[in-house]
Design a binder for this molecule. Structure first.
Ligand code: ATP
Length: 230
């Protein structure tokens, strides 16, 4: 579904990605692991067309995106949920959900969203500012499910959340996968990554240095310990 080959990316003069290659198959949940500054966020932002200078190849469903703008990339059915979540503080939950444009058929309707996220239903009339961190994260994920995007790029969805909320996010990701969505997520929380993902890529210094299927994690633990310090 997504094929990244020899991706290089720059912020100004700063050369951040040095030939990243990875694949995500239709229906998979794949994590990008790695220490701070390894280039995980930049990889997601590059797929979404948000890094101004990038070279190499990013193919989505066979279509080359490396020179496309982010609005065209969104219309292909890719959605990005940034670490800062980006929900509208002055709008309530329902308004936040109704705001994003539907880019492709197959986006979930409000009833389905509220079935998936009962907490959000209870808070339907609450302003963005009144939501807890966990509710904000749920809303940020719910919002991109509305758009019809099939590939969801999630940047550290568990960042700063209490363990019980992290478990809820995990259940949400399982449900999203069961509904046929594909997820590429950046994660610092290794335990969480283990509970949701099919495969893991490890990044270091702007490169992918390892790929581990989730069912082979046990055998790879020593290596991962070196990369991640877990
Ligand atoms: P983190 O978890 O800390 O976000 P990461 O693996 O996601 O880590 P990136 O955010 O992709 O890493 O950052 C990779 C490198 O690019 C870092 O050295 C970072 O300082 C640099 N970088 C990130 N954003 C910018 C920017 N807007 N301008 C300049 N350099 C940046």
């Amino acid at each position: 579904m997504l094929e990244i080959r020899n991706l290089e990316a720059w912020y100004g003069e700063s050369h951040v990605l040095h030939g990243v290659s990875l694949d995500v198959q239709d229906g998979e949940v794949v994590t990008l692991l790695g220490r701070n500054g390894a280039g995980k966020t930049t990889t997601l932002r590059s797929v979404m067309g948000l890094v101004p200078r990038r070279t190499g190849s990013i193919r989505y469903q066979g279509r080359e995106l490396i020179d496309e703008r982010s609005d065209a990339i969104a219309r292909c059915g890719i959605a990005y949920c940034p670490e800062e979540r980006g929900i509208f503080a002055s709008l309530d939950v329902t308004e936040n959900l109704l705001l994003p444009p539907v880019v492709q058929p197959g986006g979930l309707d409000l009833d389905t969203i509220y079935g998936l996220f009962p907490n959000l239903k209870e808070r339907a009339r609450s302003q963005g500012t009144k939501l807890s961190g966990g509710e904000q994260q749920m809303l940020a994920i719910a919002r991109i499910l509305r758009t019809g995007a099939k590939l969801l790029l999630l940047d550290e969805p568990t960042e700063g959340l209490a363990p019980v909320i992290v478990q809820q996010i995990g259940r949400t990701i399982h449900e999203i996968k069961a509904r046929g969505f594909t997820v590429l997520l950046v994660e610092q929380n290794f335990r969480f990554a283990q509970t949701v993902a099919d495969r893991h890529y490890v990044m270091e210094n702007g490169r992918v240095v390892d790929m581990v299927p989730n069912d082979q994690l046990g055998a790879s633990m020593e290596r991962l310990h070196e990369y991640l310090g877990v």
